[in-house]
Design a protein around this ligand. Structure first.
Ligand code: ADP
Ligand code: MG
Length: 260
């Protein structure tokens, strides 16, 4: 079981869209995938068709009540893709966790408690902050997938993210690696985004995935239908890009499995 955390403290950069569609593409290759929605906004849950009224159990229970992964995971309409939904309760969890000794390791413990290996890959969709929820998700992870929006300030904030990764490595999780950085919302009509993508590659090098996710209206429409873009319109440019990205993710998995 490999755990990949999708993190970036900026909101609206494509974390949730990446979690849903990479999760779907991995499931389509036969991997058993669990997406843990770790954002109190619950967008990944909504985007996978789990209505707010249908979230009897949630990632909050994993953190605060020692729930078992198997008891909080629910199936989605995508075969092979399960989700642990998020509820508003989760926004209070950061405060409630202060009372726990191992408050940074609550998610890690929940994943380690699960011995049945029901899933091959666990994806954790983080909230837009570097608070205790994201720290828990980084402590639990083998690797990070970082979506980076192709915009002028793309690299701003990245050093803060990388500093956090360094702290997590030195204190809690020495094996934490960066699976890759995915450029998102690329707009080929806008020359600035080309410049940004060149700059990011110059600075970060090979950690940046070759695949670039274009700005694509189908990707933004799909969540309101409660299905991944890959199901909503599997031939749109956004879906094709996520299939290619998932292929790169799969190519990078063996290294993680060796380390795990
Ligand atoms: P985050 O989880 O980082 O906050 P989201 O994945 O929720 O970001 O994306 C923010 C908004 O942008 C959502 O409305 C989403 O549907 C839309 N979106 C995400 N990726 C794309 C894209 N490549 N093209 C067009 N819209 C996108
Ligand atoms: Mg999100």
């Amino acid at each position: 079981m490999i755990t990949i955390t999708i993190a970036n403290q900026k909101g609206g950069v494509g974390k949730t869209t990446t979690a849903i569609n990479v999760g779907t593409a991995l499931a389509a290759t036969g991997k058993r995938v669990l997406l843990i929605d770790f954002d109190p906004q619950g967008n990944a849950s909504t985007g996978l068709g789990i209505g707010r009224g249908d979230r009897e159990h949630s990632s909050y229970d994993l953190l605060v009540s020692d729930a078992d992964l198997e008891d909080v995971a629910v199936p989605t309409t995508v075969p092979g893709l399960d989700v642990v939904p998020a509820t508003q309760d989760l926004s209070g969890a950061e405060i409630e966790l202060i009372e726990f000794d191992a408050r940074t390791h609550r998610l890690d413990a929940a994943i380690k408690r699960h011995r049945a290996e029901r899933w091959d890959v666990i994806l954790v969709d983080c909230p837009p902050s570097l608070g205790l929820l994201t720290v828990n998700a980084m402590v639990a992870a083998h690797a990070l997938l970082v979506p980076l929006q192709c915009e002028f300030f793309a690299l701003e904030g990245l050093s803060q993210l990388l500093n956090t990764v360094e702290r997590i490595r030195s204190r809690f999780n020495p094996g934490l690696s960066i699976l890759g950085v995915a450029l998102t919302m690329y707009d080929r009509r806008n020359r600035l985004t080309d410049q940004v993508s060149d700059d990011v590659r110059a600075v970060l090098g090979r950690v940046v995935f070759d695949t670039v996710i274009p700005r694509n209206v189908r990707l933004s429409e799909a969540p309101s239908h409660g299905v991944p873009a890959l199901i909503y319109d599997h031939r749109c440019a956004g879906s094709e890009a996520y299939i290619a990205l998932a292929r790169e993710v799969i190519d990078r998995l063996p290294k993680l499995q060796k380390a795990a």
